[in-house]
Write a protein that binds this ligand. Structure first.
Ligand code: MTE
Length: 306
């Protein structure tokens, strides 16, 4: 797999840092993994065949142009403000229609779930896009681990609420906590990951540390950050943006160039980093992941289920 940003690096360059930065996974992997030393980092995550071979955006672009309203509404706010969030220790509550409910420490949650590098296109509902080299594990594998019960049809996730550490939560810009949802088959799809890193390192706070959802065929707002609760439910949950304006933001939020946002076109996008005069690129159905995911929506009217 092509890794254009690593052209001038080899494994011995990246290993010590990766080994340090993936300490949570080292903990999850146990003492044997630690004893394996630098070689472990090579095994730590694999580049996935599900990656795009498009050139990723730079780390600078990915970490300075963010939407994370818990830290402010401007694109530069999260990079300036998110350092105040304490992401270690971190635990995630697994609740609802599951066999093994409970509050899991992050390392415990990740135990036995292989990390992969997934280079995905990321399309924001605001008609900009990036290519991001995430590190994460498949959400489906986590759901298998905790065991979903037959009545579970949807998933509902929540972001942490800590106004003392998240300056944006001190005002009512949104109704906290930020909430997102998926249909169970969407959550089980192999493209759907929980990201814990990017560019070979742990997630920066502004990108949703220590753990956030990534669903590459959906608009970026589905990719909820700093997740503390995953609940398996029977009924379709209401997500934050839908609650604010259901006419503009639906539950499905699949990238679809044929269904415009009521206030702007979704037919094309601006790739961040391309410069002011860069040509806009055509947005692809399901953000280019149609071959893998279109069948999830067979028979559905996507103009109604937007
Ligand atoms: N998650 C939380 N908790 N709060 C937010 O404001 N913004 C969403 C999504 N997840 C948001 C969130 C939106 S609109 C987008 S486009 C992506 O995060 C941005 O992710 P990025 O900053 O890593 O590119």
């Amino acid at each position: 797999m092509r890794q254009p940003w690593k052209n001038d690096m080899n494994w011995s360059d990246v290993t010590p840092k990766a080994a340090w930065l993936n300490r949570r996974q080292l903990i999850a992997g146990g003492a044997a993994a630690v004893a394996a030393g630098p070689a472990w980092a090579k095994l730590d995550y694999k580049t996935s065949a599900l990656s795009t071979d498009e050139t990723p955006n730079t780390l600078e672009e990915i970490t300075t142009y963010n939407n994370y309203y818990e830290f402010g509404t401007r694109k530069s706010d999260p990079a300036a403000n998110a350092h105040t969030l304490k992401t270690d220790p971190w635990s995630v509550e697994i609740a609802g229609l599951v066999d093994k409910p409970g509050t899991y420490d992050l390392a415990e949650l990740m135990t036995g779930l292989p990390l992969e590098e997934r280079i995905y296109r990321f399309r924001c509902v605001e008609a900009w896009s990036m290519v991001i080299p995430w590190i994460g594990f498949e959400l489906g594998k986590l759901l298998e681990k905790v065991g979903t019960q037959p009545g579970a049809k949807f998933l509902r996730m929540e972001t942490v609420v800590r106004p003392e550490e998240m300056v944006g939560q001190r005002s009512r810009i949104l109704d906290w906590p930020y909430v997102e949802g998926l249909r169970l088959d969407e959550a089980m799809h192999p493209l759907t990951i929980m990201a814990t890193g990017l560019y070979g390192e742990e997630l920066p706070n502004q990108n949703g540390a220590p753990i956030r959802l990534v669903v590459p065929w959906k608009y970026g707002f589905k990719s909820i950050k700093s997740v503390v609760k995953i609940e398996l439910v029977a009924e379709q949950p209401v997500n934050t943006w839908q609650a604010i304006n259901a006419r503009e933001y639906g539950f499905y939020s699949n990238v679809n160039p044929e269904v415009d946002h009521p206030r702007w076109s979704q037919a094309s996008e601006r790739r961040i980093g391309g410069g002011l005069f860069a040509k806009r690129i055509d947005t692809q159905m399901f953000n280019g992941y149609g071959d893998q995911v279109a069948s999830l929506y067979d028979g559905m009217d996507l103009t109604k289920n937007y």
